[in-house]
Design a protein around this ligand. Structure first.
Ligand code: ADP
Length: 331
């Protein structure tokens, strides 16, 4: 599909370049031709003047005619050669340029395809489980009320998972793809992070994780809702991948002109090979996918990075396997 588009684009480039080149060549040819005609007339006049007095009709010497015709033929030849050269060079150059132009679009489409395929895959799992459970339940003639409640509970879990995924997808669209820009206002970072702590407190309590705040006053220009979302994602991860029954430290402070916010956990840590990819959409480190089997879609950090990008900030991570990780955001 892209090869076709590339050839079409090359043809458009060629059409424009050759249009300009042929127009110039015609211009040059007509100018030169006019000049040659003037020389022609002058030659005849000169011949007439020389022969004046003797009264002979103007004679055009054959060598003059030959020279002018030759000059005309030469100019046509040169212009044709130049145009062929331009055609060849712009064909090759245009094809290369079309490739360069289309490459980022091809890459974007590839990512988009991967994204749709990943999202559908993630949705298919809970849908299949939901469908199977309902089908089995419908076939079961001896089902008790307790059995039915258990199935409904499991169905609800699948529905919650799908809801979580669709919320993530919407957020990702909001922060990554939509044209909508955040409205920046002065935000008290301590207040925003505290609200995120309130939001996450039930999850922390269930996981028996203590959140230790270490706050210094700091403000940023940003969107409070997005910043709360960002802090929630990082703390949610710190709880998920942190030490069960342990603590996470949440810091807010100023560094020079910037405000900084970090979340430190003492859990599984991240392998160096995974670090460059964890902010990619749907990326999950090997350990979280297999060994530890921690629930997730690999979208949280992609959303977090988009929020930081929209604020013109930076997000970084320091991690040691088995020792823990610290995610730091500077705005
Ligand atoms: P999810 O947690 O849903 O898998 P994220 O995008 O939030 O998705 O994180 C991507 C991956 O980065 C996770 O699967 C996990 O492997 C790794 N990760 C993120 N935060 C931490 C953390 N605090 N400690 C260890 N690994 C982490």
């Amino acid at each position: 599909m892209f090869e076709k588009a590339r050839i079409k684009l090359t043809a458009s480039y060629l059409l424009i370049i050759m249009g300009v080149s042929i127009s110039f060549s015609l211009g040059i040819y007509f100018e030169v031709n006019q000049e040659l005609s003037r020389i022609d007339v002058f030659q005849r006049a000169r011949i007439q003047r020389i022969t004046n007095g003797i009264v002979v009709p103007p004679v055009t010497l054959p060598q003059d005619v030959d020279a002018i015709a030759e000059a005309r033929a030469r100019i046509i030849l040169i212009l044709a050669a130049v145009n062929i050269l331009i055609l060849l060079a712009s064909g090759v150059g245009g094809y290369f340029l079309a490739g360069q132009t289309l490459d980022p679009i091809a890459q974007m489409m590839k990512e988009q395809k991967e994204f749709v395929s990943n999202a559908s895959h993630e949705l298919r799992t809970p849908i299949t489980s939901l469908k199977t459970e309902i089908e089995v339940a419908l076939r079961d003639k001896k089902m008790t009320a307790a059995d039915a409640r258990n199935i409904l509970r499991s169905n609800l879990e699948d529905i919650n998972n799908m809801q979580k995924l669709s919320n993530y997808l919407l957020e990702l669209h909001r922060y990554q793809d939509s044209e909508e820009k955040i409205v920046r206002k002065k935000v008290d970072l301590v207040a925003a992070v505290s609200k995120a702590i309130d939001k996450i407190s039930v999850i922390a309590k269930n996981a028996n994780v203590r959140i230790v705040p270490k706050f210094e006053p700091a403000t940023v220009m940003g969107d409070e809702g997005s910043l709360i979302e960002l802090a929630t994602i990082l703390m949610d991860n710190a709880i998920k991948y942190g030490k069960k029954g342990g603590k996470i430290i949440v810091r807010v402070n100023r560094v020079g002109k910037n405000s900084q916010f970090s979340v430190q956990d003492f859990g599984v840590g991240i392998a160096p090979a995974d670090i460059p990819h964890i902010f990619d959409r749907f990326y999950r480190a090997e350990a979280s996918r297999n060994k530890e089997r921690i629930e997730g879609y690999g979208l949280g950090l992609a959303i977090a990075k988009s929020i930081v990008d929209q604020h013109g900030g930076e997000i970084s991570v320091k991690s040691k396997e088995g020792k823990g990780s610290t995610f730091t955001v500077i705005i």
